[in-house]
Design a protein around this ligand. Structure first.
Ligand code: SF4
Length: 365
């Protein structure tokens, strides 16, 4: 299958299912095959992204997986828009730690034009201070003209995840539709923003539904695909939902890599609690991660991530460096879960973020 993909072939549904249902004895072969695609397109580089949560909680939408949803009892930080100087300070911490892309995220169904102006000011300030660093905005469903305004301010990319298959969408949200998300990704792309759209896995989706979602991302032409592993926050409808094993997480990442070989693939939120000790193996499939904390929960220590990248033989992609640059060896660059098994053991609960944006404490960088 790797040879087929390197030759420009398209993954079939039968092949996708074979990846998701492959057994543990074939896991290393699967990772090795996915790694050849990863190396062909991204060499030994890891793109480090850094999240700044501009506005936390208080969302009127009811996405079941989200700690910021309407009615969430999760004890997360709640605050309204950060001031531009705090955004600049938080972003600079991530950039100094190695991030080449900053992701500015705000809770809510979508921005008002005033919100877009606010974020445009933040973006312009960041680009002035760090011209080489990419800025991605994630503000929800966009109205006509808003993507153009963000692009004109210097925004490089726009994230809006499709999260799951069209078929499943009504099960995870009733306040907006799958089509709203696809339309926003299309608007971002049409405006010349790099489209970023991904998944949340581990919500009870069947293998076929997961394949639908991955193939939808392929059709969407996303430039980057974050794969989030459900963090079952206490106080949300999906609390106590522990359906993933570390091995299944690897299979899911491999599926995305095979389906979209040259697309930036990010092992995103929840990697620590679901991939656990297999995170370094996942770096051979995914070529990107978030450093530090997530929107409402704490990630592993930033130093541990940077050490993991180096220990596994990868280098952090420098701002402005193209991910597809090849490096000579040694050269530094600036589902449906298995039934039963120990991997289903209840993992560590999400640790609510108590530092960084919106607090007086230093961020995890
Ligand atoms: S995912 Fe976004 S839109 Fe849905 S509840 Fe969370 S913050 Fe609101």
């Amino acid at each position: 299958m790797a040879d087929q993909q390197l030759g420009g072939g398209a993954l079939t549904r039968a092949q996708a299912l074979a990846i998701l249902t492959s057994d543990d004895a074939a896991l290393l072969d699967l990772v090795a095959a996915a790694a050849t695609l990863r190396r062909a397109h991204f060499a030994n580089t890891v793109k480090v992204n850094y999240l700044v949560n501009l506005k936390s909680g208080l969302c009127p939408e009811d996405c079941t997986y989200c700690s910021q949803r309407l009615g969430s009892a999760a004890q997360i930080l709640k605050y309204t828009w950060l001031k531009p100087d705090e955004v600049a300070e938080q972003a600079s911490c991530g950039i100094l730690a190695g991030a080449s892309r900053v992701c500015l995220v705000a809770s809510g169904k979508g921005p008002t034009d005033r919100d877009v102006e606010r974020v445009a000011t933040m973006v312009a300030g960041l680009k002035e201070e760090h011209p080489q660093v990419e800025v991605c905005a994630c503000l929800g469903i966009l109205k006509d003209g808003q993507a153009d305004r963000l692009r004109d301010a210097g925004t490089d990319a726009y994230n809006h995840n499709i999260n799951t298959s069209e078929w499943n969408y009504a099960d995870i949200c009733t306040t907006h539709e799958y089509a709203d998300r696809v339309n926003t990704a299309g608007k971002a792309k049409d405006a010349g923003l790099s489209p970023c759209s991904g998944l949340i896995v581990g919500m009870g989706e069947a293998d076929d539904e997961l394949i639908d979602a991955v193939f939808a991302l392929r059709d969407l032409g996303a430039d980057s695909i974050p794969v989030n592993f459900l963090m079952p926050f206490e106080g949300t409808p999906l609390e106590d939902t522990w359906l993933l094993t570390p091995a299944q997480c690897l299979r899911i990442l491999a599926l995305v890599r095979f389906a979209c070989p040259d697309t930036e693939l990010r092992m995103a939120a929840g990697r620590e609690m679901h991939l656990r000790s297999l995170q370094p193996l996942a770096l051979h499939v995914a070529n990107s991660l978030f450093l530090g904390d997530y929107l409402t929960s704490e990630g592993q220590e930033a130093k541990a991530d940077l050490d993991m990248i180096a220990d596994a033989g990868f280098v952090v992609l420098a701002p402005g460096q193209h991910a597809a640059v090849r490096h000579a060896p040694g050269q530094l660059a600036p589902g449906q879960p298995d039934d039963g098994g120990a991997g289903h053991a209840r993992a560590q609960e999400p640790a609510i973020r108590q530092r960084g944006a919106g607090t007086e404490l230093a961020p995890n960088v």
